[in-house]
Write a protein that binds this ligand. Structure first.
Ligand SMILES: Cc1cc2nc3c(=O)[nH]c(=O)nc-3n(C[C@H](O)[C@H](O)[C@H](O)COP(=O)(O)OP(=O)(O)OC[C@H]3O[C@@H](n4cnc5c(N)ncnc54)[C@H](O)[C@@H]3O)c2cc1C
Length: 437
């Protein structure tokens, strides 16, 4: 009897989960695990908590929903509040695990953990499958170990006409856990029932939103509305569920294609696919560039001009800069865990250009707060805007006055999110006008 261990990561779903489907076929018994280290030990020097309150709540809800769905199928989810390398060895030896399965992960740390585990257990079969991308690495028209098109446009031209795999059906039956294994519910007590959030984590909520979005007319208007700063229906809002894998990208494309066939195919519907290809590009970008994704000089090996201004960073984070639009956007992020794409571009450009700060601090702040935080999309987009990524243009400096005129001409957004509550300064100075850091 073969016992397998399935390590859930960014694939918290039972629909279209090829990695879990493989484990289901091959193992006689299966242990389902998710590792959620609780101490917010800083992995970067940026003084961030790994999970801000909204991000954490969304993750816990997603895990809770997955646990429920597994339990309906006689399985259980073991959420371990520990680093995988600390807890998996005990499970492996106690249950004589002979196969370990997981989804491919673009994160450098996650890759390192996987390689370390493989090195420690040469007699165990390790299987890693793509579940986070539209294409499998073998379907790409280039060898991702060797190369990646240097810009998004070149990538898009190579992949946009490729066939996209149909999503697998929801797994109905799973191998049972080994007899002696008892599950403990550690998640539901960690969810804060009083925290009101716009988004609910989990596969069930993701599929509900998918149905709702494609039964509305919003997909036909996407291109005209996607840059709005606020408003639920102005962009698709799939990103939080895609980031944790509560929703598969292939499933999303299937619904988009059905909408195009049954309702309407126009510029807007095509633009949704275009944006999903951006996501796809950043995923492979992270796989290809590895640790360079997080480096100051990026993939271009070019050092941006910055200095160390801790007060400016604090002001930016707290929404207390001389730029009301930036303040409103940062308040929105801290108070909801979400910000529109245009908003992200504006605040990132401000941090990089007006405030001359190190872009990695901005990326790390987003990592803490975004409910849709995704290593590849976040750090890839920040590199792009900082001029050290895959952008053929030298500089993406957004004119803050113009952005306000276009996207918030009457100041409605700024008032809603308290953008005018600032003291007007960028740096504090002492009596002799010297900056105080
Ligand atoms: C500085 C910065 C940081 C970002 N960090 C993240 C992040 O951590 N996680 C994340 O999912 N997205 C990130 N994005 C991309 C984008 O802002 C969000 O995906 C989008 O705002 C999510 O809202 P939506 O689902 O309504 O997007 P829509 O406009 O409806 O787009 C549909 C889908 O396409 C994908 N997408 C759209 N734009 C991008 C893009 N520029 N890059 C990659 N994928 C894209 C997303 O999966 C999105 O759900 C970042 C962008 C910037 C400028």
């Amino acid at each position: 009897m073969a016992t397998g261990l399935f390590l859930f990561q960014n694939d918290l779903r039972l629909h279209d989960n090829p990695a879990l489907a493989l484990a289901t076929q091959e193992a006689d018994h299966l242990i389902c695990v998710y590792c959620l280290p609780v101490d917010n030990v800083n992995r970067y020097p940026y003084h961030i908590d790994k999970h801000g309150i909204y991000r954490k709540q969304f993750l816990l809800q997603s895990l809770n929903n997955l646990a429920g769905r597994l339990s309906e199928r006689g399985q259980s989810l073991h959420v371990l509040l520990e680093h995988p390398l600390n807890v998996l060895p005990e499970l492996i030896s106690q249950y004589n695990v002979s196969m370990i399965y997981t989804s491919e992960n673009a994160g450098v740390y996650e890759k390192r953990n996987w390689h370390t585990l493989k090195g420690r257990y040469p007699y165990i079969t390790f299987r890693q499958i793509s579940t986070h991308t539209l294409f499998d690495r073998t379907e790409l028209p280039f060898d991702i170990n060797e190369s990646l098109p240097e810009t998004f446009s070149k990538f898009r031209k190579q992949v946009e006409d490729l066939d996209i795999r149909s999503p697998l059906t929801t797994i109905a039956k799973l191998p049972p856990p080994p007899g002696r294994l008892k599950a403990f519910d550690v998640i539901s007590s960690m969810i804060n029932p009083k925290l009101l959030a716009d988004y609910e984590g989990g596969e069930r909520a993701a599929l509900k939103h998918l149905e709702k979005y494609f039964s509305s007319e919003a997909p036909s208007r996407y291109k005209q509305t996607r840059n709005e700063l606020d408003g639920w229906e102005n962009s698709t809002k799939f990103s939080p569920w895609l980031a944790l894998g509560c929703l598969s990208t292939n499933m999303l494309i299937k619904h988009l294609s059905k909408y195009e066939k049954d309702v309407e195919c126009n510029d807007s519907t095509q633009w949704i696919k275009f944006e999903l290809l951006w996501r796809e590009y950043f995923q492979w970008y992270a796989h290809y560039h590895g640790a360079k994704l997080y480096s100051f000089s990026g993939i271009k090996k070019k050092n941006p001009h910055t200095a160390y201004y801790p007060e400016r960073f604090r002001r930016w984070s707290e929404g207390n800069t001389p730029y009301p639009l930036v303040n409103a956007l940062m308040n929105q992020l801290r108070q909801t865990g979400y910000m529109s794409n245009r908003g992200r571009q504006i605040v990132a450009s401000c941090l990089i250009n007006e405030l001359s700060l190190d872009w990695r601090y901005g990326a790390a702040f987003f990592e803490e707060h975004l409910i849709d935080y995704d290593t590849a999309s976040n750090w890839g987009n920040w590199q792009y805007l900082a001029g050290v990524g895959a952008d053929p243009k030298e500089n993406r400096h957004f004119n803050l006055v113009k952005q306000k005129e276009i996207f918030d001409p009457n100041g409605v957004f700024i008032r809603k999110w308290g953008g005018n509550n600032h003291d007007g300064s960028i740096d504090s100075v002492d009596a002799a006008d010297w900056p105080i850091y």
